[in-house]
Ligand binder design. Structure first.
Ligand code: AMP
Length: 598
């Protein structure tokens, strides 16, 4: 359907947890942001004066005022159920209309005039009644719904442009509260959903609950607190902390969760401070991921498609940023999945592509920069079930969106081992020696502190848009680190380039320098590194405490004020110079004073 030039059509992803809107600019869909936020939480409420609020503001009051806040209304679409909000009751499509209206207004502002038409996405399994209810919601919001399209179709369109793409795709969509997997076929602009399966009660909220469970167990066992599970406010705090921790674990192998004053034990405040590892989280996650993999098998069987016949696997939904998910799908389906089109936004972007097609535009796919190779390191492990000294451990996987950063933990083989080679390989083979070695950095002076080997070494690879691969290795116990950079990491892949590659490996600072494995064994070289980086969660925590201290300073008694100023100065210094351990210690001291003065 071709329409006149100013008859703008917008693309909307009306999600269970979050919604987004895309408009067309220069033949490409773009997400409309509101004050820097692309995502609108799918949450509607009445504020304390009875005015309708939508999005983050409504979500923020959901814990405190559940009786006037509606979450996840999408689950009720087409059900005929009425939804209570404050003194009124509403049809689900009326509540959805508030969300659509908020999105429409974003688009109106971005386009500079009123928008009247939209493409809206729905899950592939939605019945006709549910689709009709979605259409009505659009109409209540003042939008003519020119097309309702399936979410996996939209995801495919964001990758395949719609007009030229072809192939069979598997779309694995794991969001905040729902999981869907679909097998779709794209042929000259026509996308067909061959099969769909899933679980509309599986998602990021369940993963948060796994972490909350660990935090509750810690509070009970380590702090000796009883009745924590019945404390609604505390549970809400733990859920927020758990989600933050989960998100951090997607990039880091460990996180520290700190919550002040979670209870009072024998008249004294009890603070929660515990560490969670990605390994622990992943083992909790396993049964849930298995459930999702069973649905993947069902969808493939129903579509009569073998894994080897899939041209692409697409990751959709915020929860697919958990690295374990791409890893299990790669193992199961034999190819690295794609997550380069932002998994939170790709359904809305695809709705935008469809909107552009409806407007008669020649649409391009959403192009993003990705790495065509996997980058990783080698370490002792297994190959084909046998112990092997050079197993390849991927850090930045093929198809990752650039810039990309990943940290993994490794351990020295022996307690008193003084040096390791941080090897950098490019390739896809589980045997590191069959990949291309593009850099080696010697990290020496290790394990000088007792038990340091137990805490391990953190390797961080950061690949930027210019193809520079920044490598950092940090001894966790001491915070000592080395840094290096491999230039032109993406450009090279041939054995011939190898020699030149080694030449181009340049050292930025610290004890990093090129070396062979033998050097590491002999443990020579390596200056002590001058500083360590402070993990983002420690920086965040310290900044929060500093802000609280600033606020409390004027009202604090004179004797505390002086100590607070000293601690604040020292803490700022520790952050600036990257002394993580000291920063945590100073923050604790400052928190203790704040507890009494606030
Ligand atoms: P969606 O419904 O697609 O917007 O997905 C929202 C879910 O994705 C929430 O449960 C988030 O906590 C989760 N999420 C967002 N970013 C990440 C991340 N980096 N790692 C793990 N989960 C994430």
């Amino acid at each position: 359907m071709a329409v006149s030039g100013d008859d703008t059509i917008i693309g909307i992803d009306l999600g269970t947890t979050n919604s987004e809107v895309a408009i067309i600019t220069g033949g490409k869909p773009t997400i409309v942001e509101d004050r820097g936020e692309a995502v609108l939480p799918s949450c509607v409420g009445l504020d304390d004066r009875g005015a309708v609020i939508v999005g983050r503001q409504a979500r923020n009051q959901a814990e405190a005022a559940p009786e006037r806040t509606v979450l996840s209304v999408k689950r009720l679409m087409g059900s005929g159920t009425r939804v209570r909000m404050g003194d009124g009751d509403y049809a689900p499509q009326e509540i959805s209309a508030f969300i659509l209206k908020a999105l429409k207004e974003r688009a109106d502002r971005a386009v500079g005039r009123e928008v009247r038409k939209a493409v809206i996405t729905v899950p592939a399994y939605f019945t006709d009644v549910q689709r009709q209810a979605t259409r009505e919601a659009g109409e209540i919001a003042g939008l003519t719904v020119v097309r309702i399209i399936n979410e996996p179709t939209a995801a495919a369109l964001s990758y395949e442009s719609g007009s030229t793409g072809r192939g069979t795709l598997l779309v694995y969509d794991l969001g905040g509260g729902t999981f869907d997997v679909s097998v779709v076929r794209v042929e000259e602009g026509v996308v067909e959903v061959l099969a769909t399966a899933g679980d509309n009660r599986l998602g990021g909220d369940d993963f948060d609950a796994l972490i909350v469970e660990r935090l509750n167990a810690h509070i009970e066992k380590e702090l000796g607190v009883e009745g924590a599970r019945g404390d609604r406010l505390l549970q809400a705090r733990l859920r927020r902390a758990a989600e933050r921790a989960k998100i951090d674990l997607s990039d880091q192998p460990w996180v520290r969760v700190e919550e002040d004053h979670v209870a009072t034990v024998d008249g004294a405040p009890a603070h929660l401070a515990c560490e969670l590892s990605r390994t622990e989280f992943e083992s909790d996650l396993e049964p849930l991921l298995d459930r999702s993999l069973r649905a993947v098998t069902t969808a493939l069987q129903d579509a009569a498609v073998r894994p080897s016949e899939l041209d692409r696997v697409l990751l959709v939904g915020g929860s697919t940023r958990i690295p374990r998910i791409a890893a299990v799908l790669a193992e199961r389906l034999g190819q690295e999945p794609h997550g380069e089109v932002d998994p939170d936004l790709c359904v809305a972007l695809g709705a935008g592509v469809q909107a552009g097609i409806e407007m008669g535009r020649d649409m391009q796919a959403v192009l993003v920069d990705i790495t065509p190779y996997t980058f990783g390191t080698s370490a002792a492990g297994e190959l084909y079930g046998m112990p092997y000294a050079h197993q390849f451990f991927p850090l930045i996987r093929r198809n990752s969106k650039l810039p990309a950063t990943r940290t993994e933990v490794f351990f020295t083989m022996f307690e008193d081992q003084e040096a390791v080679d941080v090897k950098v390989y490019q390739g896809e083979d589980p045997d590191a020696l069959k990949n291309v070695e593009i850099g080696t950095f010697l990290f020496s002076g290790l394990n000088q502190q007792r038990d340091a080997h137990r805490q391990g070494l953190l390797f961080t690879y950061s690949l930027d848009l210019d193809g520079l691969l920044h490598v950092r290795a940090r001894e966790r116990a001491t915070g000592r680190e080395i840094r290096g950079v491999v230039e032109n990491a993406i450009g090279r892949s041939t054995g011939e380039a190898l020699g030149a590659a080694r030449e181009r490996v340049s050292t930025l600072w610290g004890g990093a320098r090129g070396g062979e494995a033998g050097d590491a064994a002999a443990g020579r070289g390596g200056e002590p590194a001058p500083a360590s980086a402070v993990p983002p969660d420690v920086v965040r925590g310290a900044e929060e405490t500093l802000a609280r201290a600033e606020r409390a300073l004027d009202a604090a008694p004179a004797e505390d004020r002086e100590e607070m100023i000293n601690l604040m100065e020292d803490l700022r210094g520790a952050l600036k110079e990257g002394r993580a351990g000291q920063a945590s210690e100073l923050r604790r001291n400052l928190d203790e004073i704040l507890f009494y003065v606030e």
